[in-house]
Design a protein around this ligand. Sequence first.
Ligand code: ADP
Length: 298
Amino acid sequence: TIIVVGSLNMDLVVRAPRHPQPGETLIGSDFQIFPGGKGANQAVAAARLGARVRMIGRVGVDAFGDALLDAAQYDGVDTGYVQRDPDAATGVALITLDAHGQNTIVVALGANMRVSEADVQRAEALFQGADVLLMQLECPLDAVMAATELAHRYGVQVVLNPAPARPLPVALLSQIDYLLPNQLELQALAEGETDLTAAIERLQRQGVRNLLVTLGSEGALLATAEQTTTVPAFQVPVVDTVAAGDAFAGAFCVALAEGKPPLEAVRWGNAAGALAVTRAGAQPSLPSRMEVMRLLEV
Ligand code: ADP
């Protein structure tokens, strides 16, 4: 079982010829609504690969909340511990795509910002017998810390995808089994250090045990106390890189939960990430177990 503590957002996407100036109204087109949020995306990524996934989070008592719960459940995610919050709106991301496919995004996290320590403690029963706790940073740090503590009490491995990046207390960093940033998030966590090796060393000095950095088309790098290993990406045609990181995180956790060795789990992450970039969208692009197995065998 994988527990995900994280966000659920509705992505509201419009196309426009270009991005508007302040005060300007533009006529856009092709409005679409997609379920999203890093928490929900990673939960769905893991569920599509056959894991039992249980999510802790919050949505509002509104239509977007209904739709997000339906979408997660459709993919087999257990949302029994996603609270309906009568005092906050469901999280939304307002996304504008220009003619070149460049996006600007404004996220109003809403109910996600009210996920609390108490929400996590109420779900304590989930931690007993669970294999992996997977989290991101689109909900309050208090909840992340509380979940990390419970995971330790029950012997559950902790994977933290520090996205969006923000400074993290050393007390938390040292309790994470796998810290999983992309290159930009690593740089931010390492106080702007742009050199990969130096950034890794800085975080290791802060007590991070296993640092797993995704490197886009270069694959991923796993730095443990003993050694640093780069696992190359699978070569695929790139259509849309949205949700590659989410696919990677979900797949890595599924393999870990199944007891696969860490470097094998990184290959699973690379396979799912590669498949996600061959297709458009976030949750629609997340691969099935059969697709990942097929890519891993070649
Ligand atoms: P994020 O989506 O968070 O920015 P990355 O860009 O590092 O993260 O991508 C996550 C993972 O997805 C990579 O580690 C890799 O496995 C896979 N991936 C991303 N881009 C490509 C690509 N162009 N070709 C193959 N695999 C890719």
